[in-house]
Design a protein around this ligand. Structure first.
Ligand code: NAP
Ligand code: HSE
Length: 436
């Protein structure tokens, strides 16, 4: 075993929220890391934009503004916690070409161009790990990539964005408006100054694409994910959901589905969703994340924990560091890309789901019958109707049984055009109910 290294060198790209925690943990538990890997880990540099800033726990002498040189320095491991697509992608590719295994927390990059990262890792014979890219501290990538590799996953569904879960929890608990809850999330540091990626659902969509690719052995990119954010969710929607025994969550759903010609495919979608209060996902509050996995042999699995923050994310990064370092020490490699199934990514209109429709209608004889007929004409069966009359108009809430999302959308579009429908106040999918 004379070729075994006597240390594992580590270069860090990014010394922000996550990067500083990674260094602090590596330093504080250096002895444990050495014992777990077999040799000590040595940090060779930390690339940042501004080297004059103080970084908690990072020795100034390690800081460099030359990220390119550090990435290509040939360290055993390169950790990328800078974020964004560029220059992160160029730096990761340079690191791999210099023989380094790469650990990244960058969901945006993995979801947008995982194919290039995987292909370059394969070409260069190095590892690519990205546990921290989805749901922070929650072990999710490794279970899908390795623990469940012998099973057939049928659905992955969960709350993978802490900011939006905090906002929706606040709206539910205190009756706050969306704008007030968003301001609170910003004050507490959950939401960015520009919260678009979180509230628009794009952060969750990137994570959903990554999960779908691993679960179904099929390449799924961010632009194939049907995505709706929470900006349109009103206090009235939250109240109506509460009255019916539901809570609103931004869910990411990746599932096997059947295409128009009967072919097997996958659908990946992110949208605000009404979840029954007794469903385990309903009790996931504040900035926590949780993901449900359904697999043929394993059945249902739920993983819950902190999806964001420096320390929780560093935990996931460091788990990958240990795995990649052990591989280096042993001269072996971790798992590569698995996309052999090559299933088509189907339009989300084919997803089987339930709808909740909240509308103001004329309170006249025959209106309820006409609305019921509109659902029937589109092949959608009604599960619950609640009418609340006030003068010439009535508030009407309809919940459907399972139907294709496309048929449900067409029903709503048809109703929008009818003069007895004064306004459609809210439309939302319902997930997590048992039965049809
Ligand atoms: P952050 O606090 O903004 O830190 C980014 C770091 O990268 C900073 O140190 C910054 O340098 C450095 N950097 C950015 N562009 C650079 C460039 N062109 N050259 C050199 N250095 C550059 O971000 P973060 O919250 O730690 O997030 C890092 C990654 O982890 C992202 O991919 C994010 O999506 C992912 N992630 C974060 C969380 C979380 O809760 N924070 C959770 C899961 C995943 P300066 O400090 O000099 O500006
Ligand atoms: N902005 C993300 C969230 C951070 O709120 O969950 C973790 O990816």
């Amino acid at each position: 075993m004379s070729n075994q290294p006597d240390e594992i060198t580590v270069a860090l790209l990014g010394g922000g929220t996550v990067g500083q925690q990674v260094v602090q943990q590596l330093t504080a538990h250096a002895g444990d890391f050495a014992a777990r890997v077999g040799v000590p880990l040595r940090l060779t540099g930390v690339a940042v934009r501004d080297t004059s800033l103080q970084r908690t726990g990072i020795d100034d002498s390690l800081l460099t503004a030359d990220a390119q040189a550090l990435a290509a320095s040939g360290a055993d491991l390169v950790i990328e916690v800078m974020g964004g697509i560029e220059p992160a992608r160029t730096l990761i590719l340079a690191a791999m070409r210099a023989g380094s295994s790469v650990i990244t927390a960058n969901k945006a990059l993995v979801a947008a161009d995982g194919a290039t990262l995987y292909a370059t890792a394969e070409e260069c014979g190095v590892d690519l790990y990205f546990e921290a890219a989805v749901a922070g501290a929650i072990p999710l990538i490794r279970p899908l990539r390795e623990s469940l590799a012998g099973d057939r996953v049928s659905k992955v569904m969960g709350i993978v964005n802490g900011t939006t879960n905090f906002i929706l929890s606040q709206m539910d608990e205190s009756g706050a408006d969306y704008a007030v809850a968003l301001a609170q999330a910003q004050q507490l540091g959950y939401a960015e100054a520009d919260p678009t990626a979180d509230v628009g659902g794009h952060d969750a969509a990137a994570k959903a694409a990554i999960l779908a690719e691993l679960a179904f052995h099929t390449r799924v990119t961010m632009d194939q994910v049907s995505c709706e954010g929470i900006e349109e969710v009103t206090a009235a929607d939250v109240d109506a959901a509460r009255e019916m025994g539901f809570v609103i969550k931004l869910l990411a759903v990746a599932e096997r589905a059947t295409g128009a010609s009967g072919e097997e495919g996958v659908i990946v979608r992110v949208h605000p969703t009404m979840v029954p209060r007794e469903h385990p996902l309903a009790s996931v509050r504040d900035a926590f994340n949780a993901v449900f996995i359904e697999a043929d042999a394993a059945g249902e699995i739920m993983l819950y924990g902190r999806g964001a923050g420096g320390q929780p994310t560093a935990s996931a990064v460091l788990g990958d560091v240990i795995a990649a370092a052990r591989n280096r020490f042993a001269g072996s490699r971790g798992p590569g890309e698995s996309i052999y199934a090559k299933l088509p990514v189907l339009p989300s209109s084919l997803a089987l789901t339930r709808y909740y429709v909240n509308m103001e209608v004329s309170d006249k004889p025959g209106v309820l019958a006409a609305i019921a007929q509109a659902f029937a004409d589109h092949g959608v069966s009604i599960q619950v109707v609640r009418q609340d009359g006030h003068g010439d108009e009535a508030g009407l809430i309809v919940r459907s049984h399972l139907a294709e999302a496309g048929a449900l959308q067409q029903t709503v579009e048809y109703l929008r055009g009818q003069d007895f429908v004064k306004s459609i106040l809210g439309v939302m999918r319902v997930e997590g109910e048992a039965g049809q």
